[in-house]
Design a protein around this ligand. Structure first.
Ligand SMILES: CC(C)(COP(=O)(O)OP(=O)(O)OC[C@H]1O[C@@H](n2cnc3c(N)ncnc32)[C@H](O)[C@@H]1OP(=O)(O)O)[C@@H](O)C(=O)NCCC(=O)NCCS
Length: 232
């Protein structure tokens, strides 16, 4: 059965315990970077519609929720979890995309951030348009940093006056959006110099690459001009 990603409501509250257990097992196995949450806390997020859940039939196989800080100026997408048997199938990517879209919808002006030690999350977030930041850019809300108390590296964070730790900070700033990763598109010129291809194939390839660079340069210039026009 295909796994569905759903924005939660009160009807999904009974999954809270399963999700708590999934998080707990992963926290024990990984040992760092995963904060345990109570069933009540997870149920509250689910009921408030501030979470997405991945369901394979009636089984919860993935989850993530939204937390807000500094009076809604900052949003964190937290608690990302995927059940073992469903890992490396792109499920975390789908969950992250959905929770990111939900965050943008509910809090369009907020900066969305995460702190993580996990390469998977770094990859996914960076593809969504997050950029690495120092902890000084993140919320100063003490309640957020209290969430780190359950982490085994909390003493390191405290020792560094909450300015650095083993996690990397990543942030999406709606005022400075970075376009998400796009696959490099190979632009095929309208007219290919086929004659050269038969006579001198290396020169042919060089010419094509040269045209690629020129076309990309023109595209970038056109985009810049368009942005300038929009700003005026
Ligand atoms: C981290 C986790 C959510 C990834 O879930 P997943 O469904 O396996 O991830 P995806 O299949 O969507 O993979 C996304 C990308 O991360 C990469 N990735 C996945 N697991 C990885 C790992 N352990 N190490 C490095 N890269 C990893 C994938 O290769 C993929 O990259 P690509 O698209 O460039 O090939 C999952 O392993 C998990 O639940 N871990 C325990 C909880 C946890 O660590 N949560 C994050 C807290 S910050």
């Amino acid at each position: 059965m295909a796994v569905k990603i759903i924005v939660t409501d009160a009807s999904h509250a009974h999954y809270a315990e399963d999700i708590r257990a999934l998080i707990e097992i992963s926290a024990q196995q990984r040992g760092t970077g995963i904060v345990n949450r109570t069933t009540e806390y997870i149920a509250e997020k689910i009921t408030q519609g501030k979470a997405v859940i991945a369901l394979d039939g009636s089984r919860a196989v993935g989850f993530s929720y939204i937390e807000t800080w500094s009076h809604g100026m900052f949003v964190a997408n937290s608690g990302l979890i995927v059940a073992h048997e469903y890992r490396n199938t792109g499920l975390a990517r789908r969950i992250k995309k959905n929770i990111f879209m939900l965050s943008r919808k509910l809090y369009p002006k907020a900066k969305i951030f995460s702190i993580t030690t996990g390469l998977a999350v770094m990859k996914i977030n960076s593809d969504l348009g997050y950029v690495p930041v120092t902890f000084s850019e993140l919320t100063r809300d003490i309640e957020f940093w209290k969430g780190c108390e359950g982490c085994r590296n909390f003493d390191i964070l405290q020792r560094n006056d909450y300015k650095m730790c083993l996690c990397t900070g990543l942030m999406f700033d709606p005022d400075k959006p970075r376009s998400p990763k796009k696959n490099k598109i190979f632009i095929i010129p309208a007219k290919l110099p086929w004659r050269i291809f038969w006579d001198r194939p290396i020169v042919f390839i060089k010419r094509i690459l040269q045209r690629q660079r020129l076309l990309r340069k023109f595209a970038a210039l056109r985009k810049k001009n368009q942005e300038r026009k929009n700003n005026n």
